[in-house]
Design a protein around this ligand. Structure first.
Ligand SMILES: Cc1cc2nc3c(=O)[nH]c(=O)nc-3n(C[C@H](O)[C@H](O)[C@H](O)COP(=O)(O)OP(=O)(O)OC[C@H]3O[C@@H](n4cnc5c(N)ncnc54)[C@H](O)[C@@H]3O)c2cc1C
Length: 345
């Protein structure tokens, strides 16, 4: 049996990197979907909207392993880092002391006490026992730029959106049908709807994500996640920071739901309390987008039925895990010979 022909639906970061890994492993991967936006054209997908925060430390061990391997790949490959618009600003992850043991496995990470965090980074009113995991080698990347760079290296791409999924085939919106041995739906927040329309089972959901850019006098802030308040942020060019809080809006349709003005106001209030020196002044409307969430969370290959799999479920964090997750997914697909019913070539 030759290498399989894999139809990868969706040209977000997950789809392009999976297609690239499959091609590098000798498989025939056909990437199907508009390049750089929603399938209706002109709308941002999660990759275009992403904040791109990337670090090795994650409280969840599986996510930590993928994030650590992905960050190592960026550091080992300067051309990849340049293509990804990598900025090593450092990353500070604030969490409850009981979880701090997890930081021990992250090479180069420093565990800071609450007082050290306050002294070095200006965080205020942190709960007793808060610890900080400081990673000097972490930072942020530009997921859209990385997507475009990977796309340029792919020769088998099809920009017409998929109208309907089938078992070993996809029908395109222009009436054509593509066939393959395997179909991988990497259509981010559009994935649950595509599966539903095809009568396929899915536990994937969508969720709103929103952040905004702010002007500030503080130029020294690294990337940060403050689990004790939910606030996260990163530097965003001279005199600017990106700030956000998790949204609680589930089952939201992509690509770009109306911004949540209440959430934007809460971000400013929390930031004023936690980072009193920041003085964040909004700079433009919030970025409001949708990602695909899975339980357990994380970008991974999941079998659906027959030849159909999904590679999504990034749950608001796939920019930092996609390099390693796409390698694992490609290997798993190529090893899943039992799922390949039609020998190709
Ligand atoms: C606002 C926001 C901020 C984020 N910040 C971070 C962060 O700081 N750090 C981090 O690690 N992660 C972050 N994430 C998460 C990360 O960016 C996403 O998990 C990741 O980009 C998802 O990529 P994807 O390819 O799965 O989905 P998407 O980028 O949404 O791509 C899906 C693609 O499928 C295509 N598609 C849809 N329907 C069809 C169809 N019928 N036929 C063909 N193609 C179709 C779409 O056009 C789209 O291009 C953020 C996400 C958002 C939304």
């Amino acid at each position: 049996m030759g290498e399989p022909r894999v139809l990868v639906v969706g040209a977000g970061l997950a789809g392009v990197l999976l297609a690239r890994r499959l091609r590098d492993a000798g498989a025939e991967a056909v990437l199907v979907g508009p390049h750089g936006g929603g399938p209706g054209g002109g709308h941002a997908d999660a990759t275009a909207a992403s904040g791109g925060l990337a670090r090795a430390f994650e409280p969840d061990p599986a996510a930590r392993a993928l994030a650590t391997a992905s960050l190592a790949e960026l550091w080992d490959d300067p051309a990849l880092a340049a293509a990804a618009g990598w900025r090593a600003t450092g990353s500070l992850y604030l969490l409850d002391a009981v979880d701090a043991g997890a930081a021990a496995g992250v090479a180069g990470a420093e565990v800071l006490t609450r007082d050290e965090v306050s002294r070095r980074f200006g965080f205020d009113r942190l709960p007793d026992g808060t610890v900080g995991v400081w990673e000097r080698r972490a930072g942020h990347l530009d997921p859209d730029r990385l997507r475009r760079s990977v796309l340029r290296g792919l020769d088998r791409t099809e920009t017409t959106p998929v109208a309907r999924l089938g078992d070993g085939a996809v029908d395109l919106r222009d009436g054509r049908r593509l066939t393959g041995d395997l179909v991988v739906v990497a259509a981010g927040a559009w994935t649950p709807g595509l599966l539903r329309a095809a009568g396929l089972p899915s536990t994937l959901r969508t969720k709103h994500i929103q952040y905004a850019h702010h002007r500030t006098g503080r130029a020294d802030l690294p990337c940060f996640v403050d689990e004790t308040s939910g606030l996260y942020g990163r530097p965003a060019g001279p005199g600017r920071v990106l700030l956000g809080l998790p949204s609680d809006r589930w089952d939201v349709d992509p690509p770009a739901p109306a911004p949540d003005t209440g959430l934007a106001a809460r971000v400013r209030a929390v930031a004023a309390r936690r980072l009193p020196g920041l003085d964040p002044r909004p700079d433009g409307p919030p970025v409001s987008a949708v990602d695909c969430y899975s339980d357990p969370p994380g970008l991974a290959l999941r079998a659906v039925a027959g030849a159909v799999h999904t590679f999504t479920g990034g749950s608001g964090g796939a920019a930092k895990t996609v390099l390693a997750a796409s390698r694992l997914a490609a290997t798993a697909l190529l090893n899943s010979r039992s799922a390949i019913r039609v020998p190709h070539g």
